[in-house]
Design a protein around this ligand. Structure first.
Ligand SMILES: Nc1nc2c(ncn2[C@@H]2O[C@H](COP(=O)(O)OP(=O)(O)OP(=O)(O)O)[C@@H](O)[C@H]2O)c(=O)[nH]1
Length: 680
């Protein structure tokens, strides 16, 4: 959550300013995803559009069934079952090779290319399946999609990132420091480790119940700290962290994490999938495969969405369920997209995605009636925008998507912009931090290149979506602060030890460092690290890393835990004071009110222990001490008690770890800033 701050040039020592974070108030009519059953019984097929309506006629043409003579035998598409290969004079071995190549090709191409063409290509390339496939696809290529012979950069597997323990030698911290002194780049032979970007599969409904309160008692492992005290990490890192950072990253493009949010079906995955295709990040082969497969199950309009919706269930249901991840480059940045689910059922996953983001892209469906149901009728547009703002994201691009369905109507665009501007201001976004872009994820208009649509060109000459993304400011990375990393995934790696994935919120981590796993306070060693599947010796605030830990049992580490500097430790408590803004409660909040506390990737049961003061929304002055209840849109200071100790910071100390969200029955009822931490 390094998102927010710098944009407004605020230093970490600044005290927070309520107004700056949440804006003035949230309107009474703000609706936040009431979890009524009707909303969950969702049938996307209702709104299916035929892709042929939107694609130009020469897009992804099917291969015509051409019959070609091969030595007088005329094997054809229809005759697959009884292919006559005798005329080809093949040996038994060649025939077997041919058949297996044909099987492979059909897996990718389906039934769109005749057997004759397949056989010709396979024989021409001496049974080399890859060459044959390339030739067929190249012959078949469309004008507007670049053919890439490279492997797609999008990772389609859902396996987690696992540093390769066998290949990457363990380097001591001192070695790392020397490496840094000569400003070296990461090792050239960095090996891509296990493919996959799956983020936090397990937290959709509840946090795994690791024996935090049974086995290692919070204090009983404190003796582990002695080791850390004798070799404090901060002493090892003698070089100024900011110098290290500029040595390591100075010449690289800056990394920017974007979470893509919006109401279910707004077109988020399609938009991002198409953008990636336009940027050449998805090979024609992969796209062709998605086209064939989506056509087979009658969901061809989801072809681009499949680039990011990778699991079978997501594809069959036609909705995003977990956060999809992919990356591309703009002129000045390396952008990592986090495609969040829009459906109300998966808001916890969306929160995890947002928790890792620097900036957000809000996608709204411009179709008449659809924007209204996403925005006004308890849809996710408002809730998502509020949630990401509460998590600290302050820069927002709004893609006014599916404008093709309104014939690129300027009037429709203006209506949507007007409504959203008002709401976003109330939610705490500055006008200058929000940009609106008209586009269509399906037709690809105004994504990478200016649109050719005369109706749009009549009134819009502004930036494309890619330009807007390139213009985002990358927040300053707090590399000089004591190290904190919030864990959003824990999994078994291939070698010894196990892996934790998450975002480094503060500071620096070196391979070989001793870190404290909190709240259980066990010491662990950083055996290996990987960023975007490449092993690395050092990682900085803002990076998403996968770390192989040693010296601690996997069952003693959980999603939501924090890896902390062993000397300057993250506070651990079960009671804290927070300044809350209440969004939408059906029953007023009273003393003892039970909630689910969301803090980073942690979801924990909690209750309101005390209502301390009701505040004036604009000035922050106390209106009433010890109020009896809190209603909609109120601002108050409360004490919260969590059922187990958690790692938390005061907002003024570490903003990323000083924010909480309270949810009840699937609805976000309040967001808050931590103002005081009580030691138990
Ligand atoms: N006409 C039109 N249809 C679109 C456009 N973008 C997406 N669609 C269609 O809208 C439907 C939903 O698209 P998705 O990309 O899956 O939507 P999503 O927002 O990612 O859905 P969730 O992640 O499940 O919330 C699909 O049928 C798309 O083909 C567009 O720009 N124009």
């Amino acid at each position: 959550m390094a998102r927010h701050r710098n944009i407004r040039n605020r230093s970490y020592s600044d005290d927070y300013d309520y107004e700056d974070v949440y804006g003035h108030s949230v309107e009474d009519d703000v609706c936040l995803s009431p979890s009524d059953a009707a909303q969950f019984i969702y049938d996307r097929s209702r709104n299916q559009h035929a892709i042929s309506q939107f694609l130009e006629s020469d897009d992804i043409q099917e291969e015509p069934e051409i019959e070609v003579d091969v030595d007088n035998s005329r094997p054809s598409f229809e005759r697959r079952e009884s292919m006559d290969l005798r005329g080809l004079n093949l040996t038994e071995e060649d025939e077997t090779n041919l058949m297996s190549c044909l099987d492979e090709l059909r897996n990718v191409l389906g039934d769109t290319v005749s057997d004759t063409i397949l056989i010709q290509a396979v024989i021409k390339h001496k049974f080399d399946y890859n060459k044959a496939l390339d030739e067929i696809l190249n012959n078949n290529k469309r004008d507007n999609i670049k053919v890439s012979t490279e492997k797609p950069k999008i990772v389609i597997d859902s396996a987690p990132i696992i540093p390769n323990l066998d290949k990457a030698p363990i380097i001591s911290t001192s070695t790392v420091d020397k490496t840094i002194l000569i400003a070296s780049k990461p090792e050239e032979n960095n090996t891509a480790v296990v493919k996959g970007f799956k983020i936090n599969n397990d937290i959709t409904y509840s946090r795994p119940q690791t024996p935090r309160d049974q086995s290692p008692a919070v204090t009983s492992r404190a003796d582990n700290l002695d080791e850390s005290k004798s070799t404090p990490k901060v002493k090892e890192n003698k070089i100024d962290p900011t110098i290290k950072y500029s040595n390591e990253r100075g010449s690289d493009k800056e990394h920017l994490y974007i979470v893509v949010i919006g109401h279910v079906d707004a077109g988020k995955s399609t938009l991002m999938g198409h953008l990636l295709c336009e940027l050449g990040e998805v090979s024609q082969r992969t796209l062709h495969k998605y086209e064939q497969e989506s056509k087979k199950i009658g969901k061809q309009s989801f072809m681009y969405a499949w680039v990011l919706d990778e699991t079978g269930e997501e594809r069959v249901r036609g909705i995003t369920m977990d956060v999809g991840k992919a990356q591309f480059e703009t002129k000045t940045k390396k952008v990592i997209i986090l495609d969040a689910p829009g459906h109300a059922d998966f808001i916890p996953n969306m929160i995890t995605g947002a928790g890792q983001a620097d900036v957000a892209l809000l996608v709204v469906d411009a179709t008449r009636g659809e924007f209204e149901s996403g925005f006004e009728l308890g849809g996710q547009t408002r809730e998502h925008a509020l949630l990401v703002r509460s998590l600290g994201v302050s820069q927002l691009a709004v893609a006014v998507n599916k404008l093709d369905t309104t014939n690129w109507s300027q009037e429709r665009f203006n209506v949507i912009v007007k409504k959203l501007k008002l709401f976003l201001k109330q939610a705490g976004y500055k006008d200058s931090d929000v940009t609106f872009v008209p586009c269509s994820g399906l037709t690809g208009d105004n994504l990478v290149k200016p649109s050719n649509e005369a109706e749009l060109l009549n009134w819009y000459t502004g930036p494309t979506l890619l330009d807007v993304i390139d213009k985002f400011n990358v927040p300053e990375r707090p590399v000089s602060k004591p190290m904190r990393m919030s864990i959003n995934d824990v999994y078994k790696g291939t070698g010894s030890g196990f892996c934790v994935a998450g975002r480094i919120e503060n500071g620096i981590v070196n391979k070989g460092d001793k870190v404290l796993v909190c709240p259980s306070k066990e010491m662990a060693e950083v055996r290996n690290m990987a960023i975007n599947e490449l092993s690395t010796n050092i990682a900085f605030a803002g990076d998403q890393v996968a770390i192989t830990l040693a010296g601690v049992e996997m069952q003693n580490v959980s999603i939501g835990y924090i890896l902390s500097d062993s000397v300057y430790q993250v506070p651990v408590t079960s009671r804290f004071e927070a300044r809350l803004v209440v969004f939408n409660v059906k029953v007023p909040i009273t003393k003892g009110y039970p909630v689910l506390l969301h803090h980073q990737s942690l979801i924990e049961s909690a209750h309101i222990r005390k209502l301390k003061a009701l505040l004036n929304k604009s000035t922050g002055e106390t209106i009433k001490k010890k109020p009896r209840c809190l209603g909609n849109n109120s601002v108050a200071v409360v004490d919260i008690e969590v059922c187990r100790p958690i790692c938390i910071e005061r907002y003024k100390d570490v903003k990323e770890l000083g924010r909480v969200m309270l949810r009840v029955a699937g609805v976000t009822i309040a967001a808050g800033l931590v103002t005081e931490i009580y030691t138990d």
